[in-house]
Write a protein that binds this ligand. Structure first.
Ligand SMILES: [Zn+2]
Length: 275
């Protein structure tokens, strides 16, 4: 529960994972950032999927800094085949930017298999070493690959494993993997799927994640919540995720918002002021 947490005033909402840099959203970025602010979203993390995309995420984090936009930089497993020889210097250099709060998204995707699995594993390992070296949190994308991701993480040298701050973005491991994920000290982010009719298990997961390990996100333009299913998602819709998760946990929206704001601050390391 949220016992002992003191709330003063209304907390901001946080979209911990969005793709304003996607083809679907970039042309509307100004309007989307404005609508997010109107919906109470005080911070957003724009996530990169390859070098070009990561550059754009960093550009947006600077352009919209007054609106609390930050960036994550990395290579999505879909793009791993283009980076199997190593992460380019230009990408590594982005991690030093003051607006970059995390690396990723990186991981394994055996559902789409857009890159050969061996290359996905190799590029994922590069991100683990990179995150340990620069001491930045790492945003994980895992689809139909929990066994391999968890074995890899559990097999790391203990010093390295404990130095990594991990976030399972769009957590999809169900109840079956939750204990192992939490055992790694990782955080879990829940997205729009928690609002969908058939997502009973995800709502159970959302109820069981310890209060201090929970983050919320849109993953826009994908994963639109129930009222907008099949349409483009956007950061302002993170409110629907908050409402569904608050209901699943049996807590007030404000209590959830305060806890998630604190969790995001602890994970991403940003200050308490907006910029
Ligand atoms: Zn994403």
């Amino acid at each position: 529960g949220f016992g002992g947490w003191a709330f003063e005033g209304f907390s901001m909402l946080i979209d911990s994972h969005c793709h304003l840099n996607s083809d679907e959203l970039r042309g509307d970025a100004d309007a989307l950032v404005r609508r997010a602010a109107e919906a109470g979203v005080g911070r957003m993390v724009v996530v990169g999927c390859d070098l070009e995309d990561s550059r754009e995420a960093v550009g947006m984090a600077h352009r919209f800094r007054e609106s609390g936009v930050y960036a994550a930089v990395g290579v999505h497993p879909h793009e791993a085949s283009r980076y199997a020889d190593g992460l380019p210097e230009a990408l590594l250099a982005l991690a030093a930017d003051e607006r970059v709060v995390a690396l990723g998204e990186a991981g394994l995707d055996y559902y789409y298999d857009h890159s050969p699995r061996g290359m996905q594993r190799s590029v994922f390992r590069m991100h683990l070493e990179w995150a340990a070296a620069v001491r930045k949190p790492l945003v994980l994308h895992v689809r139909d690959a929990m066994d391999d991701v968890l074995s890899l993480l559990e097999g790391l040298e203990p010093g390295m494993r404990s130095s990594l701050k991990l976030l399972f973005h769009c957590y999809s491991g169900g109840l079956g993997y939750l204990d192992r994920v939490l055992g790694l000290g990782a955080r879990c982010a829940i997205g729009g799927a928690v609002t969908w009719a058939r997502s009973d298990e995800l709502r159970e997961v959302a109820a069981r994640i310890p209060a201090d390990r929970l983050l919320l996100e849109t993953d826009c333009p994908w994963m639109a919540p129930k009222p907008f299913r099949g349409k483009l998602n956007e950061p302002s819709y993170v409110r629907y995720v908050y409402e569904a998760v608050a209901a699943a946990r049996g807590v007030a929206l404000e209590a959830l918002a305060g806890q998630v704001e604190e969790n995001a601050r602890t994970f991403f390391g940003w200050g308490s002021s907006h910029v």
